[in-house]
Design a protein around this ligand. Structure first.
Ligand SMILES: Cc1ncc(COP(=O)(O)O)c(C=O)c1O
Length: 426
């Protein structure tokens, strides 16, 4: 038994499934997880000392790769000044100024500690501001694990077979209405059926928790128009897309305005950070300015702010990062498509910017129903073949691959060769 297997046996005795977040347990790929000992640049090393080219990238935050010197040094400096004060600090002002300067249509920021908390609070704000209770989300989109949002959810909730969680009271779940991604008619009929009752439509502007599915042309614009018509707020959950599709996120990438935008992942540089943001008039509904209560002992933590600020500053000052990671992701996606064709294996390769995912599906994947039609067992075999070849991927079909600025053309070529060999071995 290897070190990772031994640790996993111990872990299972003291943590549910041996992990602190379900997808890490590798259940969707029927293996024991690798325990990671350290990471640097594009690589992670497991407890056995094996090195992998990493496309998990901590599920998105590590857009500059692991252990980036600018972030590490900022954190080291912050640690010397103390870990937490429970009082306002300079860096909170600086990161909020930077974010409002980069992201369209947001004037104010509230920092929290995770993407879940950001979205949960954004929904409270939407309900508080509109005086309405109903919420529309999309099947297969994941917005964290708060009660209102664990209804027909994606990501590990989907892979684990519990897209709607036990423990969510029916009284709460019934306020969450589910529409279909890339299907405006499904949204319109819900809005028509609940006139004057829908507080918000929440969407991942690029669905990245059912694998990666981009919005069809006109879909996000159509959501904007429907929200305007029905007096509902449009929430873009940019926990994945924020500062990944570009400094302005999906709003800028697609030219569609959202009313509330949520962030996580990249804005924390690898530390636990989330944020919800909107216009001044909406954000001043939040305590202590307004009646929507939300607070946090560790919110805006000085060390977390130092990490996030360093990463966002680096991205702002080095915008070529985006063209580079997009080009690498395109190169990888193109080679993967060519390999799939060569081997005659039906794989749909979806890519938006530096996010991509292969679906072992017989059709194009543009909707949740297509994603669900993919062969998860085949993905599991493919995952194991890639891992054996030193490539660390998300251990489930319904997740994204993240390309970082620490990847290189040479590593992309190595990954493409591994993909080709893995397909040949399936
Ligand atoms: C789009 C989206 N929203 C919200 C969340 C929840 O964020 P967290 O895991 O930080 O709570 C995630 C997590 O993957 C996400 O992908």
């Amino acid at each position: 038994m290897g070190v990772s297997e031994e640790l996993f046996e111990r872990a299972k005795l003291v943590m549910p499934g041996g992990v602190n977040s379900p997808v890490r347990a590798y259940r969707a790929v029927n293996m024991a997880p690798r325990f990671i000992a350290r990471a640097d640049g594009p690589f992670v090393w497991d407890e056995e000392g094996s090195r992998y080219i990493d496309y998990v990238c901590s599920w998105g935050p590590m857009i500059l790769g692991h252990n980036h010197p600018a972030i590490r040094e900022a954190v080291e400096q912050a640690v010397k000044d103390g870990l937490s004060f429970g009082a306002p600090t300079r860096r909170e002002v600086e990161i909020a100024e930077l974010m409002t300067g980069c992201v369209p249509n947001i004037e104010m920021v509230r920092m929290v500690n995770s993407g879940t908390e950001a979205v949960m609070s954004a929904i409270r704000l939407a309900r508080g501001a509109t005086g309405r209770d109903e919420l529309i989300k999309f099947e297969g989109c994941y917005h964290g694990h708060s009660d209102s949002l664990l209804v027909n959810a994606g990501s590990s909730a989907l892979a684990g077979g519990c897209p709607s969680s036990a423990g969510v009271p029916e009284d709460i779940a019934r306020h969450t209405l589910t529409a279909q991604f890339n299907d405006l008619a499904s949204v319109e009929s819900l809005l028509d059926a609940h006139p004057g009752a829908v507080a918000a439509v929440i969407v991942e502007p690029v669905a990245a928790n059912m694998g990666v599915i981009g919005p069809d042309k006109g879909f996000l614009e159509g959501l904007r128009a429907l929200c305007d018509k029905h007096g509902a707020l449009l929430i873009f959950d940019e926990v994945i897309t924020g500062f990944r599709l570009g400094l302005g996120g999906a709003q800028e990438y697609y030219g569609v305005r959202a009313d509330i935008v949520t962030f996580g992942k990249i804005i924390g540089g690898g530390m636990p950070v989330g944020a919800y943001c909107a216009s001044r008039s909406l954000m001043e509904q939040v305590a202590p300015c307004g009646p929507v209560y939300q607070a946090g002992t560790l919110s805006g933590n000085p060390v977390a702010m130092a990490a996030g600020l360093a990463q966002l500053r680096y991205l702002r000052d080095n915008p070529q990062v985006y063209t580079e990671i997009d080009a690498m992701a395109k190169k990888l996606a193109d080679s993967m498509r060519a390999s799939a064709e060569k081997h005659g294996i039906p794989v749909a390769i979806n890519r938006v910017g530096s996010l991509l995912s292969p679906f072992f599906a017989p059709t194009e994947v543009t909707a949740f129903v297509d994603a669900k039609g993919s062969d998860a067992q085949r993905y599991a075999k493919y995952f194991a073949e890639m891992l054996r070849r030193g490539i660390a991927l998300a251990p489930a079909q319904f997740e994204a691959m993240f390309v970082s600025a620490a990847h290189t053309d040479k590593l992309i070529d190595e990954t493409a060769s591994a993909f080709d060999a893995a397909l040949a071995a399936l």
